[in-house]
Design a protein around this ligand. Sequence first.
Ligand code: FE2
Length: 428
Amino acid sequence: MDLIVRGANLPDGRSGIDIAIKSGKIAAVEANIDTSAAREIDAIGRLVTPPFVDCHFHMDATLLCGYPRYNESGTLLEGIELWAELKPNLSHDWYIERALEYCDWAVGRGLLAIRSHVDTTDPSLGAARALVEVREQVKDYIDLQLVAFPQDGYLRSPIGVENLDKALDMGIDVIGGIPHFESTNAEGTEAVRRLCALAAERGLMIDMHCDETDDPNSRHIETLAAETIRLGLHGRVAGSHLSSMHSMDNYYVSKLIPLMAEADIQVIANPTANMLLMGRHDTYPKRRGMTRVKELMAAGLNVSFGQDSVMDPWCSLNTGDVLDAAHMAVHAGHLSGHNQMSACFHAVTDNPARTMGIEGYGLEVGCNGDLVVLQASDPVEAVRLRPTRLHVVRRGKVIAECPAQTATLDLPGRPKTTEFIRQTKPPA
Ligand code: FE2
């Protein structure tokens, strides 16, 4: 064997499990594997998970925070204005340099699959050209999937339609959209119809920024679900953000969610970004702008959490750790039940892997030899601690490592170190 990870806790609750990897694939998953390997990792009591997945990101804009100035209002619209000012000044090299720097952060966080939207409404298609190159450069350690995203509107931008086609011809993987940003509601509907038809014609997936607004009348997700069903695109279509669902009338939502379930819409919430951006026109009480995660999960939809932004014109925060998004979702969506917190861990691992269609993802025999050893014992603790990634493994090779985080104590009669992990048991 090339690598054996010993004594792991798995996300499904099994413990004391060894995982053996040979020739880049998982060769065995069982207790006490009786063979040796070129390298062995002691993971006793540690949670071992398939890699983290971020299925909603904007790599073309990342690490631009502060250029040409900060977003002082904190609104989505000031972010879009800032991005429009920046676009003409972003060189090919700067796109690539920032993307590669971010990918380094991602690997350190055990984040080995990313779906990034790429703005296609820049006349030069500079972002698309650069990120296609980055996708190739990082392919040995990150699965980077690119979405053709008409930031200034598919129909509203004079080059929206033409450039989206060109980006797909360049090899961008997925069709994007932004119907709530088109000039009128009717044009938003028209954009959804045309983009769905294009996906059917080209045999591609769709991931649409949909209803990222506090306006309860922004209902493009309804058209997206209906067109998905009409064209037989079930399971291939994602609705990202879906913020307006937070503000919609409950009666309307009681019809909408079953329609989304019928279409097998892939739901992607962006809890950290939308908690910052939404509700900005409210006085008090302030709406949170995160879609109805609890209800969508309960209806059986595949729900994932993305970061959306890391230090870009929209959001100066985030770190490349999708567990921050899961942690925020627990707070914003009142998802604090034990099983709900566990579901939030799956929303940044296997759920987005399914949305992206990643082949060989998981910890079963025959899957890719990709995994992360965490300084936590189970998924709920991982969401609570957002812990250190002790070892990050890709195709059986350790590609990142970090020492365990501990605090050294100087207290009379107490242990010398703590890991912030609960050690105590009820008294006998
Ligand atoms: Fe986004």
